[in-house]
Design a protein around this ligand. Structure first.
Ligand SMILES: [Cu+2]
Length: 250
């Protein structure tokens, strides 16, 4: 029964990941054929190996894409992706152990637990615990996102004397070289065209200054540099992949 629930849960997770748009199913549709067939076989002939096959069939998608799943959790491009991924991992956490345990149990010739017995076993407690954890993670991520989105960066009460614009797109700063006049109150207007959180970060006098660039929003940063020189800037999550630039104070 847990295996069937895990499969339904996988479908819900994919629905959430695709922001409730059916387009995602066009891409993942072919990948869903093995779990559909294997769960069908399990319901038709609940043999021991059918449990194992269905458990693996439901889990293989997320296990195959585990590197992307981990990257997606570390730096999700939108709240649906994060919540959907957490729910997807829930389907793996359910289906795989349930499939393996049912297989081992069946091979020893013992009958499968009824749903009623199952909920009172350690496996049932584990299933409920993992489910609560995943639902909690999905809800808190949604709450955190909506809080961040409703509290955009605000400016301060200075009229800037100069303005430079900067765009982040395709994980790059454009332009990557800025010129800021010395001893001039300058606003740097940064528009993030990516669906990913970037940062505008630089170090000056041993102190790190950093500003979050929320996806599809514009952030204003007010700077005043006393001395001429060059100040490198970067995006914290994507610095290693070359998301860097340089401000020349002239
Ligand atoms: Cu970035």
């Amino acid at each position: 029964m847990i295996i069937v629930m895990a499969f339904v849960e996988l479908l819900i997770a994919l629905l959430v990941t695709g922001a409730f748009s059916p387009i995602l199913f066009l891409f993942v549709g072919p990948f869903l054929i093995p779990p559909i067939v294997l769960v069908g076989i399990l319901l038709w002939r609940p043999r021991p190996w059918a449990h194992l096959a269905a458990g693996i069939g439901i889990s293989y998608l997320f296990i195959l894409f585990l590197p992307f799943v981990i990257a997606g959790l570390a730096n999700p491009s939108n709240p649906y992706e994060y919540a959907g991924t957490v729910l997807g991992l829930l389907s793996v956490a359910w289906a795989l152990p349930a499939g393996v345990l049912a297989f081992l149990r069946g091979r020893k010739g013992r009958p499968q637990l009824s749903p009623r017995e199952g909920w009172h076993s350690w496996q049932g407690v584990y299933s409920v615990g993992v489910a609560l954890l995943a639902i909690g993670a999905a809800l808190t991520s949604a709450a955190a996102w909506s809080y961040a989105a409703s509290h955009p960066s605000t400016g301060v009460d200075f009229e800037p004397q100069a303005s430079v614009t900067l765009t982040t797109e395709n994980f790059m700063f454009s332009p990557s070289a800025l010129t800021v006049a010395r001893q001039t109150l300058t606003e740097i207007v940064i528009t993030n065209r990516d669906g990913t959180l970037h940062t505008f970060t630089y170090e000056l006098g041993g102190k790190l200054y950093t500003h979050d660039l929320v996806p599809y929003t514009t952030t204003r940063v007010l700077v005043f540099f006393d001395a001429a020189g060059t100040i490198p800037f970067w995006c914290i999550p994507h610095r290693d992949s070359g998301m860097t630039g340089e401000m020349t104070v002239a």
